[in-house]
Design a protein around this ligand. Structure first.
Ligand SMILES: C[S@@+](CC[C@H](N)C(=O)[O-])C[C@H]1O[C@@H](n2cnc3c(N)ncnc32)[C@H](O)[C@@H]1O
Length: 419
């Protein structure tokens, strides 16, 4: 499922970008296929009312788009005076970006925020991107991350406390950020004022504002889209647009987009400052699933501690967990079989027992996946080091991470779009 976020103000910017000439309000309304002529008087009325235009674009009558107030102001002050629409600041920014566009073979630098164990980094480095900064505040993540990515090491600390000046320049911001609720009231004060609230999306916005990377990739749970009745996502969209980005959104399932047998749906937001790169970017296409969870099992016998045999739960599940080709999931009080043979979404709490644990059966008994198998099911290679630490931590970080092949396919498309 893919959606374009391309509101009317960005269409105006794009028209300006392509034409690089000013235009009359009549031309503007014609080019935008507005259902009414954008007269000086009409613009004035809207500004006086402090209203936003809700305009149905010709192509998509169902969608309504908001023309932002700031642009209207620019239209007012310039169009009314000169009968023409000059480039506003954001347009100039887009044009500046074009001159700077990435040449073929140029290395794109990334900042790996909310880096976890580096699943996103691994995917982007496989596609030739270069990581120049990594941050997370979890010390277990740092142990795993640094064991696998010697340079640059993870900067350990709360992202809200990191001095933005200490972050080196980069072209792509990467962030699988935690989804937190934020209030509309907080938002109205602007994302800078919301900093004190420690909201992580607004911290990302601040970093985008300060560093102005060419592009970003944000990853989150599927539900981000519907969180708080859609308001959270609306604020995120508006903020990203206000920062000068156009972006596309997709919900991709690892089973359909990464050829990995895990039912893991995640939302991806990929944005660009440059309209051409935005146009060129496409999310990867669906792939046939040719792997089975069995391809990712350890080849050596696994420790008895992963088996349920002789544990209290065993008697409750033994009759239901009866097929070696199926993955089961312990729900509160019952076992659910995944009919498609997929592994249920690996979660951060699976190490602590809980109701999401995936269960399989073999000739020796009934067991859960080992930490190594969880990393393999997320697409990490066998060579990925898992330092000695409590299993619960290893499970936690695996569940928090991403399915690497899905991210690698997105990285590949981003690179194409930026070259
Ligand atoms: C969903 S995980 C991202 C995992 C990562 N994409 C990966 O591939 O492993 C979110 C990460 O954000 C980190 N985090 C949460 N709040 C943070 C903060 N205020 N500052 C820095 N890191 C934070 C958590 O420790 C966690 O590792």
């Amino acid at each position: 499922m893919t959606t374009d976020f391309y509101p009317v103000e960005n269409r105006i910017l794009s028209l300006l970008y392509h034409s690089k000439v000013s235009m009359t309000t009549y031309e503007l309304s014609k080019k935008l296929k507005l259902s009414f002529p954008t007269t000086k008087k009409y613009i004035q009325t809207l500004i006086d009312k402090g209203a936003v235009i809700e305009d149905k674009l010709a192509k998509n009558n169902k969608a309504t788009y908001k023309l932002n107030f700031k642009l209207l102001k620019d239209v007012k002050s310039n169009a009314i005076k000169n009968k023409s629409l000059p480039q506003d600041k954001s347009t100039q920014k887009i044009i500046a970006t074009k001159k700077n566009s990435v040449g073929k073979g140029e290395i794109l630098r990334t900042a790996d925020l909310f880096a976890g164990v580096g699943g996103i980094r691994l995917a982007f480095e496989r596609e030739g991107f270069k990581t120049v900064f990594a941050n997370d505040f979890d010390r277990y993540c740092k142990i795993i991350y640094d064991a696998n990515f010697p340079e640059p090491k993870m900067t350990l600390g709360d992202i809200n406390d990191i001095d933005l000046k200490s972050i080196p320049s980069f072209e792509i911001l990467l962030g699988g950020f935690p989804c937190q609720p934020f209030s509309i009231a907080g938002y109205r004060k602007g994302f800078k004022d919301a900093k004190g609230r420690g909201n992580l999306f607004f911290r990302i916005a601040e970093i985008l504002d300060e560093k102005k990377p060419k592009a970003f990739l944000l990853e989150n749970v599927k539900n981000l889209r519907n969180h708080d009745g859609g308001r959270t996502f609306e604020i995120i969209s508006k903020t990203l647009h206000d920062l000068g980005y156009v972006f596309k959104v997709a919900i991709l399932n690892s089973a359909n987009y990464g050829n990995m047998p895990q039912n893991r749906e995640r939302i991806f937001i990929v944005g660009f400052r440059n309209k051409k790169a935005y146009d060129a970017f496409e999310f990867p296409k669906e792939l046939a699933l040719t792997t089975s969870f069995k391809d990712f099992l350890e080849t050596e016998p696994v420790d008895d501690k992963y088996y349920y045999n002789e544990k209290p739960l065993y008697e409750r599940i033994v009759n239901d967990v009866n097929n070696e080709n199926t993955v089961y999931q312990w729900r509160r009080g019952y076992v659910r079989a995944n009919k498609k043979g997929l592994v249920p979404t690996l979660t951060a709490n699976m190490g602590a027992g809980g109701h999401n644990v995936a269960i399989i059966k073999n000739h020796k008994g009934i067991r859960k996946f080992t930490p190594r198998e969880c990393y393999s099911l997320q697409g990490f290679p066998k060579s990925f080091k898992l330092p000695a630490m409590a299993d619960s931590q290893l499970y936690h970080q695996a569940g928090n991470s991403v399915t690497v092949p899905v991210l690698q396919r997105i990285a590949k498309e981003m690179k194409k779009a930026l070259s």
